[in-house]
Unconditional design. Structure first.
Length: 340
């Protein structure tokens, strides 16, 4: 009897993760939280340690046709630090592992490391090790970050409460539209190498894709304001997908107001030019690396004047019912269309 074969695409990323992790049980007493959040949580005694890791693969996560190596190095650190921020923690140490094909020179690797070192300086982390290997196809980058958080300040995905305010940092959709513009210009260049790229006035959305920032600034500002989020996640897969994670793991629902979604003017113009709905980009674009978090209603006065934070809705007790209140006064289900 032939063995059955299931394509990974039939499960998707999260279905595959669930299947692989089924039956894995933490046995060590200092493992507080394993798989299922932005970072693993380890008991260090007086505080918790946070551990997260991510891979960036050429041809999957980045295209070196338009991605400068220095920016790529910076982004590799930033996207991992973002996971520590999502746990309300502070990053401390990073390791970086590379697999390189022979088309990369020493100078190219040095350029990549310039970005890595700049990000380590910006986020105040130490680069303490890693590994290098040869690759038969392109460039692979794996980054691991270790951080810390006070035990009474840690924030998970599964702890949102009904009536909490739903907040997001910065603005949304820019990274996705920046990528669409870069892809468009690449196709134009391949068709006619003499054509000049049409990217004037689009620097913001391009930057959002090529050089994202981890929102450690907001983590520090929330701490100064005396606010501990009830739940938090970083927006790597898009607001829709990541909000569904919070709601599923917390056993709650949510209502998001379309007119509250923060979209930058340049993002709006790029969306119009590309014939993509700005709200679609904001909900499903991904790679913004902003923070989506919930706070109790009594924290409203402490965050209402922070220009970096927008209240976009609230958490409900309707488990699994995640809705968008549109500008036409309709309520439609929010579905995940982010990365798979």
């Amino acid at each position: 009897m032939a063995e059955t074969r299931t394509e990974i695409s039939a499960l998707g990323e999260f279905g595959l993760i669930q299947k692989l992790n089924k039956g894995i049980k933490n046995k060590l007493p200092d493992t507080i939280t394993g798989i299922g959040d932005d970072a693993a949580v380890i008991d260090l005694g007086d505080e918790y340690g946070l551990l997260t890791t991510d891979m960036l693969l050429e041809g999957v996560h980045f295209d070196l046709t338009f991605f400068p190596l220095k920016h790529l190095g910076y982004k590799a650190i930033a996207v991992n630090v973002s996971d520590i921020a999502a746990m309300n923690g502070t990053p401390h140490q990073v390791t970086v592992s590379l697999a390189l094909s022979n088309r990369f020179s020493v100078e190219a690797v040095a350029e990549l490391y310039e970005g890595i070192k700049l990000a380590c300086s910006d986020f105040n982390v130490d680069l303490v090790g890693g590994d290098t290997s040869s690759s038969r196809s392109g460039l692979f980058i794996s980054v691991t970050v270790f951080g810390k958080v006070a035990k009474d300040k840690i924030t998970y995905r599964h702890t949102a409460k009904p009536h909490d305010l739903l907040c997001v940092t910065g603005d949304l959709g820019g990274a996705y539209l920046g990528l669409q513009l870069l892809e468009r210009e690449k196709q134009v260049f391949l068709a006619n190498p003499n054509m000049q790229p049409e990217l004037d006035g689009k620097d913001y959305v391009i930057q959002r894709q090529l050089r994202p920032e981890a929102r450690m600034d907001v983590v520090y500002e929330l701490a100064e304001a005396g606010v501990i989020p009830t739940a938090m996640i970083d927006l790597s897969d898009g607001l829709a997908s990541d909000l569904l994670h919070i709601c599923a793991q917390s056993g709650v629902g949510a209502l998001v107001f379309e007119d509250k979604l923060p979209v930058d003017e340049q993002t709006y113009l790029a969306a119009t030019e590309l014939n993509i709905g700005p709200v679609t980009a904001a909900l499903n674009g991904g790679e913004d690396y902003e923070l989506l978090f919930t706070v109790p209603q009594n924290a409203y006065d402490k965050i209402k004047n922070n220009p970096k934070i927008t209240i976009v809705g609230y958490i409900t007790d309707q488990k699994g019912e995640v809705l968008l209140h549109t500008n036409a006064d309709n309520r439609v289900p929010i579905t995940a269309q982010g990365w798979t």
